[in-house]
Design a protein around this ligand. Structure first.
Ligand code: PLP
Length: 379
């Protein structure tokens, strides 16, 4: 079996999540039914909601379950127009779930740039918001992710939130990659909205949540049975929701420190290789993520070579597997075309061990040393 080093794409299901899901499947009922099995299902959903609310420092009634991070992000952006938004400011490093939803919204989109370390430029944001013309530009709306999926760079969401609140705007945080890896305090972030996804934290795929501040406007997009207090119709994914809460509860207190030690040891070895550039190394990063470019060695070739050697990694953002394209995130950080084309992401998680990391470093360094003279000759 291959060594799995792609937790930012999906983190394998934790045993605690699987057990909680099995119990939920056994409970049967529809949470909207009034009979016993229905009430049992409702209790599972509401227990999970309360647990998520505690985890992210918010109120249970402000947690809306969705089919994942993509839906949560789309729900926010699709609601913006009715909230008086005419222009969306989104950071240059947002996931496609935000970027494409923004493009499809029919609203004007402005890009909040990032520094070469991949951190949102708050000087730019402050200047832009101070010149905001509410009559012409509508209610300010800013989307800034909590941590980037490709580089792991953690964003200054609280400081950005303060700027947006001062401008009486709406602030959205995609916290999909942050959840379960570092603490995310929704109340402290000053965000109106936060998107979450279970499978990035060792929960099941196809379930997520939107956190809403009490003053956050939301226009429902799904019409039907009025579940989630009318905010998101559709029978709840009871087992998925149970698995989501169980996965977050299973994150060990020292997990982040353990990840950071493994990642730093891996980085130390790989950065010593000539031609390697580490992205975001000077910024605060998620403890599990390492993004690097290897001079001349195309990302997809690296991914294939490592797959053959028994390691699962990804080429930049690999949300939908097999989709390899030049990283907009690295481009926004000033990467050259060649650097962006030779970037890979190694993302560790709860399954990762020192042995995984050592063996990966050995295999990757061996392969690069073998192929490098040929790459140089080909130039
Ligand atoms: N946002 C970020 C930052 C992500 O990394 C991803 C998935 O890679 C998503 C949103 C989409 O989440 P989901 O797969 O739950 O739809």
């Amino acid at each position: 079996m291959s060594v799995y080093l792609d937790h930012n794409a999906t983190s394998p299901l934790r045993a605690q999540a699987r057990e909680a899901m099995a119990r939920a499947y056994d409970a049967g009922g529809n949470p909207s039914s009034v009979h016993g099995p229905g009430r049992a299902a409702r209790a599972i959903v509401e227990t999970a909601r309360a647990s998520l609310a505690r985890h992210f420092v918010t109120r249970a009634e402000d947690v809306v379950f969705t089919s994942g991070g993509t839906e949560a992000n789309n729900l926010v952006i699709a609601s913006a127009k009715a909230a008086g938004v005419k222009r969306l400011i989104i950071s240059a490093i947002e996931h496609d779930a935000v970027r494409d939803a923004a493009s499809a919204s029919g609203l004007q989109v402005e890009i909040l740039p990032v520094t070469p370390e991949g951190v949102a430029d708050l000087g730019w944001l402050e200047a832009r918001l101070s010149g905001w013309d509410r009559d012409a530009d509508g209610v300010p709306f800013v989307a800034l992710m909590a941590a980037n999926n490709e580089t792991g760079v953690v964003q200054p969401v609280e400081a950005a939130g303060r700027l947006v609140r001062e401008a009486e705007g709406l602030f959205h945080v995609d916290a999909v990659q942050m959840a379960g890896k570092l603490a995310f305090d929704f109340a402290g972030s000053l965000a109106h909205y936060a998107a979450l996804s279970a499978h990035k934290a060792g929960g099941p795929q196809g379930v997520g949540a939107l956190l809403l501040a009490c003053d956050a406007p939301l226009t429902r997009q799904m019409h039907g049975g009025g579940q989630e207090t009318g905010r998101r119709s559709g029978t709840e994914n009871v087992a998925g929701i149970a698995g989501f809460a169980a996965a977050l509860a299973a994150v060990e207190v020292d997990e982040a420190a353990r990840m950071a030690a493994l990642r730093d040891a891996l980085q130390l070895r790989l950065e010593s290789v000539e031609g390697v550039r580490i992205w975001g190394a000077g910024a605060t990063r998620l403890p599990n993520t390492l993004c690097l470019s290897a001079d001349g060695w195309l990302s997809e070739i690296q991914v294939i070579a490592m797959d053959l050697a028994g390691f699962a990694i990804s080429a930049g953002s690999a949300c939908s597997s097999g989709k390899v394209r030049k990283s907009r995130v690295l481009e926004a950080m000033g990467a050259s075309v060649d650097e962006a084309a030779s970037a890979i992401r190694i993302s560790l998680g709860w399954t990762s061990t020192q042995d995984d990391v050592d063996r990966f470093a050995d295999a990757w360094m061996r392969e690069y040393a073998r192929i490098r003279p040929r790459l140089a000759a080909a130039v």
